[in-house]
Design a binder for this molecule. Sequence first.
Ligand SMILES: [Zn+2]
Length: 331
Amino acid sequence: MYFYCEKCKKEYPISSHFYRCECGGMFRLHKEAAEPLETPITLGDFPTPLLPIEAEGKDFILKLENLLPTGSFKDRGAKTLINAIHRDGIKKIALDSAGNAGASIAAYAAAAGMECTVYVPDDASLETIAQIEGYGAKIVKVPNGRMNACTAVKANLGDAYYASHVYNPLFFEGMKAMAKEMTDQLDGHIPDYIFIPVGNGTLLIGLFLGFMELGRLPHFVAVQPSKCAPVYEAYHGLDPQPKKQTIAQALRIEEPKRLSFILSAIKASFGDVITVEDKDILSAKQRLGHRGVYVELSSAAAFAGALKYFKNGKPDNYRVILPMTGNGLKR
Ligand SMILES: [Zn+2]
């Protein structure tokens, strides 16, 4: 198992302190099909259930990732990443995150006995910061937004390994499991549509890689808040608009690092990219809450997106999955 550059194909070991190629290309993971990824470090994670719901006369299927140990889907990536680098002897890590990834990686790092520092934008939610600190990680607050947190961690790594959920392909490797899991739960059927809230595209890329291994792709519909929609603009060839604050904090990513990968995955799936308004995200969160499903706003964006996309009807036989990416207690 090793990393290679997606541009020039140069190879790097997993434990490398390079987080991208010297040529500037992003890393991908090379792994032999038969090579098992052992994961002795666990927090009691489990296959998350599917929950059918009906709304506006249409049926959807929620994938309850909000029930994972730290309350978000990112536990899947964190588990694989931490297990692999722990096996390679890494003892000290740093990363940047505005929320769920920071909590997930801090939790699994704690289980592995690693020293962990998380750079967060200084407007990150208090709940998020409290959770990351609760796992014993050190917090460094960085002013002026998420991108600055990314720049700051890279400039101050020292001897720490950059355990990034955006740069490090081991994170996507962990996300892949969700594709196989939901297909098994659907008695071997690949879903027809998956509505995916997209910020950095972690979930979309992970699911794409997972379904590629299964041999068929669902239609991926990426959902972005209209106030910050770089993937939507790029996909539809629109002029970039100024990026504003949205209530869906996890989706406030102005420049996704793997944009071209995200676009090609959506195209390959004959999917689409749509936007939703903050007020619709809020109303979708309430509707889910009033059915007993309490999720964070970015998860509600997927539901709002599905309602918008199928406004004029949805064929009954379409299996439409809405991943509930995070617990509402987070914010
Ligand atoms: Zn390269």
